[in-house]
Every structure is written in structure tokens, then in C-alpha cells.
Design a binder for this molecule. Structure first.
Ligand SMILES: [Mg+2]
Length: 390
């Protein structure tokens, strides 16, 4: 089998708001075609035009080869070998950043082809032993431009997630800092008020994570507030500090009253090695597309197992990435949850419409995928409706 073409589609929601933080407003979807009529699907969470340029750029020298040019003519059923070829061939432009994100979309598509060619779901090719099912946590992003609106919208969504059967939910509590999108700028005590309101609303049996999206500029400032949260039974605190403050993360590992999670932006196992060994995070959160695809995500899972850390993957894209993440989680025993943005609790039309037959949640869990490959198809009418060419 040979790869004959790579197609990139750049998508945007029609009601794009550049002042919003959600990356579910854009997407790049890749189709990798073969001479045997099998097509693989992939996507990644990075600016779609940058990813497309990484894929389609011409080769100019031996360490600056184009990703698409390197794929043409290759046998797509060997994603691990191809990953090394792409990594080495693009090394002078890549190794980290957008090139790795773009490789992630391509690698996802190769695993889809490999599964479809073998007539097996990807998880059967990724590992030997699967869990009985995958547990999603609801990822909840509040709205509102006044503090009370913000707090109450998050409480309402947490209650709704519980009603929908979710066993766990992550509360985004970002009232200041680089990710703040509500126009609010509130003191840290107000964050405590939001977290307390959410815990009171969902009761003691609901697993609750909190994402503060890099809000604190310093570890001592972070600890002042986190120490006030020790009675709220927080499953993990996500990205409390700037991601390059690995010394700060290491101190939080020792001093914060809850486990620390990070990794949504990290590319490659090398950045996860730093995050786990220098930053000492307790929960590694690879995003399958951004880390470099299923090939690299699997390696990060193995590294986390060796270090006794948990994996809870990041996922803020469509049913394509959700499927890839579910296949990874199915064969990762130390992955208790995957991030899941419920269609009925999010604003992105792209998230809702792009994939018709996405994995379903039944009684709070995702049953093991049964269809071959990633097991999903893109709704081509939706893809054309969201496509923006320039
Ligand atoms: Mg996050």
C-alpha cells in the first residue's frame, strides 16, 4: 500500500470570536489517501494555516524536507518508522512546535489507515490489553461578563454534566491571567468562591478537577490560594503556573495540597520528560495531535508508567481527536479519565457538526470502539460549510 496524496482542510466556526480563548473555533483536518482506496483521517489543535504550511511546504535541503513530500509513496501501515523519518527530515524547522503538531494530525491518519487495512480498531494495534470502557470527564467552560454570571454558569454546567451521567468534571476557573476571556479581573479569593460553589453543587461523590489556565505568575502566589482549597477534594489542579516555570511546578508537587496536572501544549516525549522529571507533575496531559500523534502519545504513556504518574489526555477538538484519545486510553491502564467537551455543553458548532458517528457516552462511560481504524467519518457537508480557503 502506498500514500498517493495528503489533503488539508482549514476550518473556522462562522461566529469566530478572536477575543475568546477556545481553540474549538478552528481546525485542520487532514485526509491521507492511498492507492488501495483507504483514506485516513486526522486533526490537530494548532492554527490550521500554520499546520497546513508545515505539511505542504516544499523540501529545500536534507534536514528541511516537507512533511507531505516525505509521505508520498510511503507505506502508511508503518507509522512508527514514518514518525522517525518525518522528525529527522524536518529537524531544522521542526523538533518542537507547529511541525510536531502537524505531524500529529498525519500520524493520527496513518493509524486510522493501519486499523482500516487490518480490519481492527486502533486500540487493538496500540496495545494488548484493553480496559472494559473509557471514562470521560466533562470539560466545562463558563460564560458571563460579571462575576456572578460566570460563577453561576459554571455551577449550572456542572449540575448538567452530573445529570448527563458524567462521573467527573473539570471546572475552568480563570478570573485573571493570560487565558482570561470574560473581561473579568477578580482577586484570587473570588476563585475560591467559584470552586466552593461548584463543590457544594455537585456534592462529595463527583470527581472535580480545576483548570486555572496559567493564571498565577509565581509559585508563592499560587500556593496562597491552593492551600485554601485543600478541603474541596480537588482531583488535580491544571496548569497553575506558566508552562516554562518548571522549578515552580516542582515546588507545587511538594507543597500544593492536591496533584498537579499539565502538558496540553507539550510537543514530543522530550518535553514530557522535562515536565515529569524537572517539573515533577503528577498528571501528564498529552494532547494526541499536539504531542505528535498516537505514536508519540503512546511513548509518553509508557514514560508516565515508568515514573508512576497518571495520564489524563487533553482534548479540545472534534470527534476525530476524541476517537484517537479514546483508543489511546483504552490500552493505558494508568489513564483514569479522558477530557471530553460535551456537544450539549459547548458553543462550537464545528465541535457539534464535523463528525456524525462519534463515540457515544452510555451511562457515563464510552464503550470500547468496535469499528476499524479510528472508527469515525467526517461529515463532508459540514466540512465544506466550515472551510475557509485563505
Ligand atoms: Mg487546560
Amino acid at each position: 500500500m502506498k500514500i498517493t496524496d495528503v489533503e488539508c482542510h482549514t476550518l473556522l466556526v462562522p461566529d469566530l470570536r478572536k477575543d475568546q480563548t477556545s481553540s474549538a473555533q478552528d481546525d485542520i483536518v487532514v485526509f491521507v489517501h492511498t492507492d488501495e482506496g483507504i483514506t485516513g483521517i486526522g486533526e490537530t489543535d494548532v492554527n490550521p494555516w500554520i499546520a497546513k504550511a508545515c505539511i505542504e511546504a516544499r523540501s529545500t535541503h536534507t534536514m528541511g524536507l516537507g512533511l507531505k513530500e516525505m509521505l508520498l509513496g510511503e507505506d502508511p501501515r508503518e507509522p512508527e518508522r514514518i514518525w522517525e523519518k518525518l522528525y529527522v527530515g524536518s529537524a531544522m524547522n521542526g523538533r518542537r512546535g507547529a511541525v510536531i503538531c502537524a505531524m500529529g494530525a498525519l500520524d493520527m491518519a496513518l493509524w486510522d489507515i493501519k486499523g482500516k487495512a487490518a480490519g481492527k480498531p486502533c486500540w487493538q494495534l496500540l496495545g494488548d490489553k484493553a480496559k472494559p470502557h473509557i471514562i470521560p470527564y466533562a470539560s466545562l467552560q463558563p460564560s458571563g461578563h460579571r462575576f456572578e454570571e460566570y460563577r453561576d454558569s459554571l455551577v449550572a454546567w456542572a449540575m448538567r454534566a452530573k445529570e448527563l451521567g458524567f462521573q467527573a468534571g473539570k471546572m475552568e476557573v480563570t478570573l485573571s491571567g493570560p487565558y482570561n476571556h470574560s473581561g473579568l479581573n477578580e482577586p484570587d479569593e473570588k476563585m475560591t468562591e467559584v470552586v466552593a460553589a461548584c463543590r457544594a453543587a455537585v456534592g462529595p461523590d463527583f470527581v472535580m478537577m480545576v483548570d486555572v489556565q496559567y493564571t498565577w505568575s509565581d509559585v508563592d502566589i499560587a500556593l496562597r490560594t491552593l492551600n485554601d482549597w485543600k478541603d474541596f477534594d480537588i482531583y488535580f489542579i491544571e496548569t497553575p503556573l506558566a508552562i516554562d516555570d518548571l522549578a515552580g511546578y516542582a515546588r507545587l508537587h511538594d507543597e500544593a495540597p492536591m496533584p498537579v496536572a499539565a502538558g496540553e501544549w507539550q510537543n514530543t516525549r522530550f518535553e514530557f520528560a522535562d515536565l515529569m522529571d524537572i517539573g515533577r507533575v503528577d498528571v501528564a496531559q498529552p494532547d494526541v495531535g499536539r504531542v505528535g500523534g498516537l505514536t508519540e502519545a503512546k511513548r509518553v504513556c509508557e514514560m508516565a508508567a515508568q515514573r508512576g504518574r497518571q495520564i489524563v489526555p487533553h482534548c479540545w477538538k472534534t470527534g476525530i481527536s476524541i476517537a484517537a484519545t479514546a483508543h489511546l486510553a483504552a490500552v493505558t491502564p494508568h489513564c483514569p479519565y479522558i477530557e471530553f467537551m460535551p456537544t450539549n455543553l459547548c458553543d462550537s458548532q464545528l465541535r457539534k457538526d464535523l463528525v456524525d458517528d462519534e463515540l457515544q457516552i452510555i451511562d457515563g462511560v464510552i464503550p470500547l470502539p468496535e469499528k476499524s481504524g479510528l472508527g469515525i467519518e467526517v461529515n463532508m457537508d459540514a466540512l465544506r460549510a466550515f472551510e475557509v480557503h485563505s
